[in-house]
Ligand binder design. Structure first.
Ligand code: ATP
Length: 202
């Protein structure tokens, strides 16, 4: 079973990395694919180029084989829709089971995404929550709290899962850099080193 975490990763930080590893460990996934998007449908365009964001991602995961990078959204033209990504992943690996990782706030807006029901026919969802957070209120008939249920079906289940809470955002890191302050310890040192060398976000 493979996990998928999409994002702008502008830049990647420990909030993304630790939660991805939390989910991988909790579910015993063979890998988590980090999928940088090119043109996000629901937010402003990223401030750094696709190649810069990709190079930062590579620096972040170079010594962690459980976290891999998938560049298909950067290579596709137009908006990055999750349904299209899942259609291409499942066409390539029809016997594999995929789990899409979503924060609980992203899951709140999930019914408004392009083709949410088709997404649920292609993968399971893992909703990453704060400890003690209540269950999502939509798609209640699909919710399970038992991770082993995910291997009994190919798709369509929703697993709420508590993950480490790190109050880190890419916005905060960009703001610190813009103000000449250090974002060290919010993101891996090799990522910061590259940001400083290339004078990104300044
Ligand atoms: P920005 O501040 O630019 O909006 P971000 O830090 O939220 O960026 P994204 O690339 O937009 O990062 O996030 C990709 C995914 O990672 C989203 O599903 C988001 O909910 C999740 N995520 C981001 N930051 C954290 C964090 N600190 N802890 C857990 N999940 C996070």
């Amino acid at each position: 079973m493979i996990g998928i975490l999409g994002g702008t990763f502008d830049p990647i930080h420990y909030g993304h990395l630790r939660t991805a590893l939390d989910v991988q460990q909790a579910l015993g996934l063979s890998q988590i694919k980090l999928i940088p998007l090119s043109d996000p449908p629901h937010r402003d365009a990223p401030t750094s180029t696709p190649q810069q964001r990709l190079d930062l991602l590579k620096a972040a995961v170079e010594d962690e084989p459980l976290l891999t990078i998938d560049t298909r959204e950067l290579e596709r033209r137009g908006k990055s829709y999750t349904v299209d990504t899942l259609l291409s992943l499942t066409a390539e690996q029809p016997d594999e089971t995929f789990c899409l990782l979503l924060g609980s706030d992203a899951f709140n807006g999930f019914p408004l995404w392009k083709e949410p029901n088709q997404i649920l026919s292609l993968c399971h969802l893992v909703v990453m929550q704060r400890p003690g957070e209540t269950d999502p209120t939509h798609y209640q008939d699909r919710i399970t709290h038992n991770p082993s249920d995910l291997s009994t079906k190919a798709s369509g289940l929703i697993l709420p899962l508590s993950v480490t809470q790190l109050e880190i955002s890419a916005t905060q890191i960009r703001m610190l850099l813009q103000h000449g302050k250090s974002p060290r310890y919010l993101l891996p040192d090799p990522v910061l080193q590259q940001i400083l060398e290339k004078k990104l976000y300044q």
